[in-house]
Ligand binder design. Structure first.
Ligand SMILES: [Zn+2]
Length: 369
């Protein structure tokens, strides 16, 4: 098993403590094995029931907090059948735990003692949680403008927070510099994070009785979750467990939509934008590093992207509260996106709710006062 560069095809062993190729390209990983439906009935109630799909060495011992296996809740909205995947019901409160569990398992297996990561949001919290579970040191780089309230969960897991002056890009650069002496366990760069996210596709397939839905909507910032879903659904089709891919639909806030603009303009990589603030802060990524793979995944599935306004996101957030679903505005953007699809494309869609509103009760109180 090895890493393969998406750009030049260069290969590296998994024991290499690198986060990208020498050419600057991002790395991918593939498993030659897959789980069988028969084996699943006897397995643990976590993402680790699918472990053959991850491409990890067999000896690697899972760093697990019981992540995954989140509910799929069916509802009828405006006469259409839909389902919400409550992926915010995970140990640290977001879907990122799927990726953190698999990536931290690799980190522990190759003997890393300290990781660095740059995210003050859900990814940072997930990596800090799984570093604590693995007994591995964790430093999170964060822009110095990040409100302290956002860092509480990360700090309480025992991670060290380094505040970096300047832009989000400066924070990213600082993490990359720190990678000279610690392992940069990046949710954006390391492909094992995506292998973990792919488990949501396997769960949806299991929860729907061995079928896949016509469409899956997911919020898109860096696009890691959409890419992970594509990996998972493609693997199901390749194994003969599903007939076709669902259309993968990525939702972006108009205020920061480099992927949506790229899709509209037919670009292979992200479009240059001047980002504006958005309530969907979890998907405000100006220069998504894996954009080429994300756009290819959307197009390869026959899917699309959708752009939504601030008002549409807030409306959708409120509508979810009214259904008893306490998701953060970033997550609620999927419902805003679903509402903008042509009516014929709405039926049967699965919408993934990625992060918990419980992380932002103060902010939500202000927004909806
Ligand atoms: Zn390369």
């Amino acid at each position: 098993m090895h890493y393969t560069c998406f750009s030049c095809g260069g290969q590296y062993p998994l024991t290499d403590r690198r986060f990208r190729c020498d050419c600057g390209g991002f790395l991918t990983v593939e498993s030659s094995e897959f789980f069988t439906p028969e084996a699943l009935s006897e397995r643990d109630f976590s993402i680790w029931r699918y472990r053959e799909a991850f491409g990890l060495p067999e000896e690697a011992e899972p760093v697990s907090l019981g992540e995954g296996r989140t509910p799929l809740v069916r509802r009828e909205i405006a006469g259409q059948d839909v389902a919400f995947k409550l992926d915010y019901l995970q140990p640290s409160g977001s879907f990122k735990d799927r990726g953190a569990s698999v990536l931290m398992t690799l980190v522990k297996f190759i003997g890393v003692e300290r990781i660095v990561e740059d995210s003050s949001g859900n990814a940072g919290a997930a990596m800090a949680a799984y570093a604590a579970a693995a007994g591995i040191g964790c430093t999170i780089f964060s822009p110095d403008y990040t409100p302290d309230g956002k860092l509480v969960q990360i700090r309480l897991y025992g991670a060290q927070v380094e505040k970096v002056p300047g832009t989000r890009q400066d924070t990213n650069d600082a993490a990359i510099r720190a990678a000279a002496t610690a392992f940069y366990a990046s949710h954006l760069w390391n492909p094992f994070f995506g292998q973990g996210l792919a488990t949501a596709a396997y769960e949806i397939w299991e929860q729907m009785g061995g079928r896949v839905p016509p469409a899956v909507l997911v919020p898109v910032g860096s696009g890691g979750y959409l890419e992970g879903l594509a990996i998972g659904f493609r693997a199901l089709v390749r194994a003969g467990y599903a007939a076709a891919l669902p259309r993968l639909i990525g939702v972006q806030a108009h205020n920061c939509a480099p992927l949506h603009l790229a899709w509209e303009r037919g670009l292979a990589d992200y479009a240059a934008i001047e980002p504006q603030p958005t309530v969907a802060e979890g998907i405000a990524v100006q220069r998504p590093p894996r954009a080429a793979a994300v756009l290819a995944a959307v197009r390869g599935s026959g899917g699309r992207t959708v752009g939504v306004s601030e008002e549409e996101i807030l409306d959708a957030t409120k509508a979810l509260f009214g259904l008893g679903l306490f998701a953060e505005p970033t997550s609620a953007s999927v419902l805003a996106g679903w509402r903008k699809l042509p009516p014929a494309e709405r039926d049967g869609a699965v919408m993934i709710l990625t992060g918990s509103g419980l992380k932002q009760t103060k902010r939500l109180g202000e927004l909806f006062a």
